[in-house]
Unconditional design. Structure first.
Length: 268
């Protein structure tokens, strides 16, 4: 239908389209931080409760009478209340009874003497720490280790007997305030001896030592060289570490290294 016909015939004209009303956008609401605020209040209350409880606990403990400790399970010391009169003092221990007095003297006198007919070789007497450390496969580590465990002095003696047998003994003493130095050194040497190539043995105990052990190693063979047999012993006696080294081109019997180690221990 044309516009003109619509004007002429208003009854037949289509009804006007209703106007679409624009709805306002819903308001934007931000959620309240009620949950976070509640958690914060609970945390503050817990802290205040902890502090308050600690303060109350200290207050209660401070008001209480001190509780006496139980007596020590030890009898009273037997020292006299005052020194004994002159002339009644006990006799000092002899050198044979006082092992510490013996060790504080000339350490070289405690070394085993060379056997009759043996030839003196190498160092004999006092040995410097540098020379002693130089005898290890890792001198720098040996030097650092000895300084750490409180080394004091070293006495040594070595000799040759027979055609190619060589013996070397070290008495390594450590400071009195480092009583574990000798034990650390002996333990380290025994551990190395057990793990050394070809040992395959935990060693054998040295009689009367408590922790000393001796080792006899399998022969080492190399083209162009003579056979090498070795035996070693490591013993701790108080603040002194005893090392006995033996080498030969012939087999070393166990009784040889064992006897040497036991005799050196007896001198201490």
């Amino acid at each position: 239908m044309s516009i003109q016909e619509s004007i002429q015939n208003p009854d037949t004209a289509p009804p006007p389209e209703p106007e679409t009303a624009t709805e306002p956008a819903p308001p934007v609401f931000r959620p309240r931080r009620r949950v976070l605020r509640t958690v914060g209040l609970i945390a503050v209350a817990a802290v205040l409760g902890l502090v308050g409880g600690t303060a109350v606990g200290y207050g209660i403990q401070a008001d209480r009478e001190p509780t006496a400790l139980p007596p020590l399970n030890q009898p009273g010391l037997a020292y006299p209340a005052k020194p004994l009169p002159k002339g009644q003092e006990p006799e000092p221990l002899s050198a044979a009874e006082d092992h510490q007095a013996k060790a504080q003297g000339d350490l070289r006198k405690l070394l085993l003497p060379r056997p009759a007919g043996a030839r003196a070789v190498g160092n004999d007497g006092w040995l410097s720490l540098a020379d002693y450390a130089d005898g290890f496969t890792r001198p720098e580590y040996a030097l650092e280790f000895q300084l750490d465990v409180g080394i004091r002095r070293i006495a040594t003696r070595s000799w040759e007997a027979g055609e190619y047998r060589r013996v070397e003994i070290h008495l390594v003493q450590y400071r009195p305030d480092s009583s574990v130095g000798a034990l650390d050194h002996v333990t380290e040497q025994q551990r190395y001896s057990v793990g050394e190539e070809g040992s395959g043995s935990l060693g054998e105990p040295v009689k009367g030592s408590g922790n000393g052990r001796y080792f006899v190693y399998p022969v080492k063979r190399k083209a162009g060289y003579m056979d090498l047999h070795r035996a070693r012993a490591f013993i701790q006696r108080g603040d002194i570490a005893i090392t006995v080294l033996m080498s030969d081109t012939r087999k070393i019997a166990e009784k040889d290294i064992r006897s040497l180690a036991e005799r050196q221990l007896e001198r201490l």
